[in-house]
Design a protein around this ligand. Structure first.
Ligand code: IFM
Length: 456
């Protein structure tokens, strides 16, 4: 299917929210995907160091050991943000860099993040910090990881330490990135670290992840009252493979599993009943007070959106995916479906009366980008970003309080089970030389933002 290649890709209509100076446009990364330096300055191993070292778990045997060498190159990487003219940067902290097994602070690791957020402040950028983007310290996994309720309290200690150390320097704290992935891919089907595969584990791990979030929220607020506190959820759009009632139900269950499983406890203080129709007998152990803690009011909700899935009934309780033919797809094989983002946002506003202000904390796509004569042409990404930004604008016009959008990702990086083959960056990284090259999409983002800033 040919992709739409707009002539003037970053020229939104004059009434678009993108022209507004207070609508934040930024770029995002995560620690394990870019930092490398896994043995430096007292950093402890994470579940991703362990998992990626197991043959067959990550494409081509790639690991995050070197990644983008951001731990060494952070200053010039932050200069890329200035070149792009973006308003903000979303990063994550590696838990195992800043705290030892006994819960004692690791000064060197903490200093690294202090320098980072300090420089972002100097540059006048809004700083969004995620505490947990999947890299659980291995010593905690050895004690049961997210299946062990004690991890909740270890996370609260970690959140306490970092929100105290970085107080006044961070604009928005996200406790967790995509708890769905940590729980389902990590404990439910084993595609991600720690690689366990048991449905009952997935729901219990998710419960502990959300409880860790809810327990940390008041701690962060107390330490850093001037910042926002929230959480980041990945959400998925589904379509039914036919008009049958069974397929419509399958499409509904897909969104229950991907969206309501996470958002209902956060925003309604209960798990969706339909989830346990899909996964009978997997109810987690919930103690008195847990749901109240999980439902702590949020200053913002981060939404990560990538694609739509077409599903049909599996003939029993659930759904099965039936890839649509003839649709545009990315290097990941994911369908490009911008309307899904608009429809989900509008749907969330209707479902959750208490929906907090939303930031799109990730959206972007992978393509097999190459440097040719010093240039990287990525027309599909340009078109992708343009259409998804237009979808966000429509959601805003329909009344959804969306306040910003972060491109995933600032630069090519370690794409988890897919290693370095899948390139999500707007900046190309040559992993041999570590040379960074702005892709065409990055140049257009920079141009648009320069024009927006000049008008304001
Ligand atoms: O690279 C990931 C990121 O770490 C979490 N959200 C999805 C991205 C693309 O798969």
């Amino acid at each position: 299917m040919p992709i739409e290649a707009p002539v003037d890709p970053f020229s939104p209509p004059s009434d678009s929210v993108l022209w507004k100076r207070n609508f934040l446009l930024g770029a995002a990364t995560a620690a394990y995907q870019i930092e490398g330096a896994v043995d430096e300055d007292g950093r402890l191993p994470s579940i991703w160091d362990t998992f990626s070292a197991i043959p067959g778990k990550v494409l081509a045997g790639d690991t995050g050991a070197r990644a983008c060498e951001h731990y060494q190159r952070w200053e010039t990487d932050l200069d890329l943000l200035s070149e792009l003219n973006v308003d903000g940067y979303r990063l994550s902290i590696a838990w195992g860099r800043v705290m030892d097994e006994a819960g004692r602070p690791n000064k060197k690791g903490i200093e690294f993040y202090k320098r980072l957020v300090g420089r972002l402040k100097e540059k006048g950028l809004k700083t969004f910090v995620t505490l947990y983007h999947w890299d659980l310290p291995q010593y905690l996994e050895d004690r049961g990881g997210w299946l062990n309720r004690d991890t909740v309290y270890r996370f609260a200690d970690y959140a306490d330490l970092m929100s105290h150390e970085l107080a006044g320097q961070v604009d928005a704290w996200a406790t967790l990135n995509e708890p769905w992935c940590s729980a389902y891919l990590g404990y439910g089907n084993g595609h991600h670290a720690p690689g366990l595969a048991n449905g009952r584990y997935a729901t219990q791990a998710l419960h502990h992840l959300l409880l860790a979030h809810g327990t940390a929220v008041p701690v962060i607020r107390a330490n850093d009252p001037g910042s926002m506190v929230g959480i980041v959820a990945n959400v998925g759009k589904s379509s039914a493979n036919s008009n049958s009632e069974a397929d419509a139900r399958a499409a509904h269950l897909f969104e229950v599993q991907h969206n309501a499983w996470i958002l209902d406890p956060l925003l309604k203080k209960s798990y969706p009943k339909d989830l346990f129709e899909l996964w009978p007998g997997t109810e987690p152990l919930v103690l008195d007070g847990d749901m109240e803690a999980i439902g702590a009011p949020l200053d913002f909700l981060g939404i990560n959106y990538y694609f739509r899935s077409n599903v049909k009934s599996d003939g029993a309780h659930g759904f099965t995916e039936v890839p649509l033919e003839g649709v545009e797809r990315t290097q990941m094989g994911w369908e490009v479906y911008p309307d899904g983002l608009r429809d989900l946002l509008i749907g969330f506003k209707e479902t959750y009366r208490n929906l907090p202000p939303v930031y799109i904390t990730e959206n972007g796509m992978a393509s097999d980008d190459k440097v040719v004569d010093g240039r990287v042409d990525d027309p599909q990404r340009i078109s992708f970003l343009k259409r998804h930004l237009a979808a966000v604008d429509s959601a805003v016009k329909a009344g959804v309080d969306v306040r910003g959008y972060f491109i995933w990702s600032l630069m090519d990086n370690f794409e988890w089970a897919f290693g370095y083959e899948r390139r999500f960056g707007i900046v190309h990284v040559d992993y041999e030389t570590q040379k960074r090259t702005l892709k065409h999409s990055a140049q257009l983002v920079a141009k648009f933002l320069a024009e927006r800033n000049a008008r304001a």
